[in-house]
Design a protein. Structure first.
Length: 339
């Protein structure tokens, strides 16, 4: 099967509750057994997180539109494993639907790197208009050879750095900081270009690693900073807004191929129809998380983005290597307000 680089440990060999459960679902899948009649959907976030609620809404639309024939069961909160492991299980049909960030897809499909480039999108509006049309469709379609049907993008706001040491106002302040990143070479290179040390690790290990001083900080959007309770330990949030990369909602191609053409259309349309709902929830969640974090006394500071973007040139060049990637990047840049 896999286009995935060798994992540090195969899902069946990982330890801990989540690893064990991920192993169990891999085992079920490899035995041709399923967790039930309903389609399975997974997300690393907790039940009330906007991505989870959007996928649940998708499931309701799917059920309505298939007269109850197709239903969905959501396993939220990383119950069935971390993003990387569940994504791999999704590719071989052990799970039907998955909502992930672009980061774990970067190593398997070069076109996903385009939308994950730091400082590419100048605003949420720019990200939405770029990806709501043919460019986004092309990136979603590029997942099919890897066993995944890309259904839609969801918002993920802006990712910024937070840490336990002090405010970051220039890349100088990042020197020597050990910062957690998702498992993506792109993120590692980005953090290194800014002068810090990158430590790739799954999201569910971040809180403890911050609390124990294994890492000094990480980077994420307001809702993840709040919902993972990282703000309780990392008391400095510096608004670099370096990434506006979206989330992706995917279906296993193996599960997709078992649907009739009419059902496939319903799946696609229902996913698309869940996007405006997601965006509404997202905007409300950002405001709520921001309020919680601010009220807790976290020191939040603005930065001059020009000090950071200048450091990205070599990194962009080393990740944008194919004519197709270049073409999409250029199209996205042309859609900036200054065009
Ligand atoms: C969140 C994203 C998750 C996950 C997480 C991370 O913003 O929604 O899918 O990628 O970041 O940093 O691991």
């Amino acid at each position: 099967m896999s286009d995935f680089p060798p994992a540090a440990a195969h899902p069946l060999m990982t330890f801990g509750r989540r690893g064990f459960i991920a192993g169990s679902s891999a085992l079920l899948a490899s035995c041709g057994m399923r967790l039930g009649d309903a389609f399975t959907a997974v997300d690393t976030h907790v039940l009330d997180y906007p991505t989870v609620q959007a996928v649940i809404r998708f499931g309701e639309l799917l059920s309505e539109r298939t007269g109850g024939k197709r239903t969905l069961r959501m396993y939220a909160g990383g119950q069935l494993g971390n993003e990387r492991d569940t994504l791999e299980i999704t590719t071989f049909g052990g799970l039907d639907f998955n909502r992930v960030n672009l980061a774990p897809l970067n190593s398997i499909e070069p076109l996903t790197i385009v939308a994950a480039l730091p400082f590419l999108f100048e605003s949420t509006e720019h990200m939405r208009t770029s990806l709501d049309g043919p460019i986004g469709d092309e990136i979603l379609a590029s997942l099919e050879p890897h066993g995944l049907i890309g259904l839609c993008f969801y918002d993920s706001g802006a990712r910024s750095f937070y840490n336990t040491r002090g405010p970051i106002t220039t890349p100088e302040d990042m020197k020597g900081l050990k910062l957690r990143v998702p498992g993506s070479d792109l993120y590692v290179a980005m953090v290194k270009s800014l002068g810090a040390d990158a430590t790739p690790m799954p999201l569910d290990e971040v809180y403890q690693s911050l609390a124990q001083g294994v890492i000094d900080g990480a980077e994420n959007n307001w809702p993840s900073f709040e919902s993972g309770r990282h703000y309780e330990v990392a008391r400095y949030y510096s608004l670099t807004r370096h990434l506006l990369a979206p989330e992706v909602f995917v279906m296993s191609k193996i599960s997709w191929d078992k649907l009739s053409t009419a059902e496939q259309q319903i799946v696609r349309q229902s996913a698309r129809d869940s996007v405006p709902y997601m965006r509404q929830l997202w905007d409300a969640q950002v405001a709520k998380s921001m309020k919680t974090v601010m009220e807790s006394g976290v020191e939040v500071n603005e930065v001059d983005p020009a000090l950071f973007t200048g450091k990205m040139t070599d990194m962009w060049d080393s990740f944008i290597t194919t004519p197709k990637q270049r073409e999409l990047v250029d199209k996205i840049l042309a859609m900036r307000s200054g065009g």
